[in-house]
Design a protein around this ligand. Structure first.
Ligand code: NAP
Length: 428
């Protein structure tokens, strides 16, 4: 018997409907046979500026538990820098090993748009609904989930628009129905597309790990405080009554983090103890490293106004920063990490780790409950989507290249796909 996730996909194409130019979508419910999309192909892996090329491809079919969304705007995320490089994972080859036939990748893990078609098993979502997507994907019949376990730790859990094809960098995107969330009416299309991947990830990092859930009065150290994840983590920490302290690389980024709610910021360029510290038999080197790490920790105290260490360190740079994160984390606290942007070979001095009983917790993506809880905050206007800039569909390759070079300065970036111009989509 075919499992539900293996159920055949059915065409939702409306005969005779032609692809529209980017910046337009056909009348709601009418699905053209082909669409424009930014594609990555294996022979282009490398610099995102050239790995992505706009092409015309068949509009995807949907399974009975899936939804087809006409994309108005697409959020840019770091994961498609990795997908464009084909490193550390060749997503096209990985999917082909799972039996998928496409020899291209359409990324894009954040969409705002309009529902154009729903599968036969979908309830509660109608053609014409204005929606956003969350990035957690899993098989409906996953035995782990059937046992009541966390969806995002299931063997079939994946990230939409990174692990899966037909993300939001096409005029139409294919999602599982449970990924679909209501779009906040007060946000434009590009604002609505900006924060969900990073916001739901940050929500899980701060609220998902029992025993170390963010609490009132906690100090939370947020690396990359002006970036995509950081801009959301700061706001979520504030909403929980915690005291977020940002780490940034220049004053403008610090000011942005403060605007979002950071109590203050540390310029990481004032320090140079990054990466693997001197090893345990290098006493002099360790002493110098520890002095630098203590000075960093003291900056946190200066901002907080008391000798309070971070109960949570919000990590994603990885190799460069983990030793410091573990060092400054409060006894019994948690370093929660969702990436290793600066490298994967991170070092932990286990003496401090065990005697001070700290937790180094991996975190990835979101489950449905976390995504809904985060989106409820967006719907209530409690979260600023932190849209740093809006780009055209044609600029998707260049925006990923800039992000890969660390040049994105403020918050999130959104690309207009079906939206005709910036500023559309909000009910003011
Ligand atoms: P982003 O918007 O580019 O922000 C990254 C931030 O990292 C920058 O603001 C930068 O701030 C900081 N940074 C860069 N180099 C650094 C260094 N050497 N030391 C300390 N900080 C440094 O990216 P993002 O959207 O926040 O994503 C960050 C990472 O998380 C990416 O690798 C992404 O793929 C990953 N991610 C994972 C998940 C998941 O579910 N696992 C979800 C979302 C994102 P300063 O230069 O100002 O310090």
């Amino acid at each position: 018997m075919a499992s539900s996730h293996q159920a055949e996909r059915n065409s939702v194409v409306t005969p005779g409907v032609e692809p529209t130019p980017v910046g337009q979508l056909p009348p709601v419910g009418q699905v053209p046979s082909h669409m424009h999309a930014q594609l990555v192909r294996q022979d282009r892996f490398g610099d995102p500026a050239t790995a992505f090329v706009a092409e015309v491809v068949p509009t995807p079919d949907i399974r009975p538990d899936e939804v087809l969304i006409g994309v108005m705007a697409a959020g840019i995320n770091y994961n498609n820098v990795w997908a464009a490089r084909g490193y550390p994972v060749d997503q096209i080859a990985t999917r082909q090993r799972r039996g998928e036939t496409e020899d291209f990748h359409i990324g894009g893990s954040d969409a705002s748009g309009i529902v154009y078609a729903v599968g036969g098993e979908v309830n509660g979502i109608e053609v014409g609904d204005h929606v956003v997507t969350h990035p957690g994907v899993w098989d409906a019949d996953d035995a782990w989930i059937a046992r009541g376990k966390d969806q995002m730790t299931a063997p079939t859990a994946r990230i939409y628009g990174y692990d899966t094809n037909y993300g939001s960098f096409g005029q139409f995107t294919r999602v599982q129905a449970h990924q679909v969330l209501p779009k906040a009416a007060h946000l434009t299309w590009e604002e609505a597309a900006a924060p969900t991947l990073v916001g739901t990830t940050a929500y899980r990092m701060l609220h998902g790990w029992q025993g170390n859930v963010v609490s009132e009065g906690d100090v939370v150290l947020v690396w990359g405080g002006s970036g995509g994840l950081g801009s959301q983590a700061i706001q979520l920490a504030r909403l929980a009554g915690a005291i977020p302290v940002a780490v940034v690389s220049e004053p403008e980024r610090g000011a942005y983090a403060e605007k979002l709610g950071a109590a203050g910021w540390i310029n990481r360029r004032d320090f140079n103890h990054w990466g693997v510290p001197p090893l345990v038999d290098d006493a002099a080197g360790q002493k110098a490293w520890t002095a630098e790490a203590r000075t960093f920790g003291k900056r946190i105290w200066d901002i907080v106004g008391s000798r309070q260490d971070p109960a949570i360190v919000f990590e994603h740079p990885g190799a460069a920063t983990i030793p410091t994160s573990i060092f400054v984390c409060e006894t019994g606290g948690m370093v929660v990490i969702c990436a290793g942007t600066t490298g994967y070979d991170a070092m932990v001095d286990l003496r401090y780790h065990w005697t001070r009983q700290k937790r180094l917790q991996g975190s990835h993506g979101t489950n449905d409950a976390e995504a809904r809880a985060y989106n409820d905050l967006v719907l209530a206007g409690a979260i600023d989507p932190a849209l740093g800039r809006t780009i055209r569909f044609e600029d998707i390759p260049g925006a990923h290249a800039a992000m890969g070079r660390g040049e994105e300065v403020f918050g999130n970036v959104s690309a207009l796909v079906g939206a005709p111009h910036p500023g559309a989509g909000a009910d003011l």
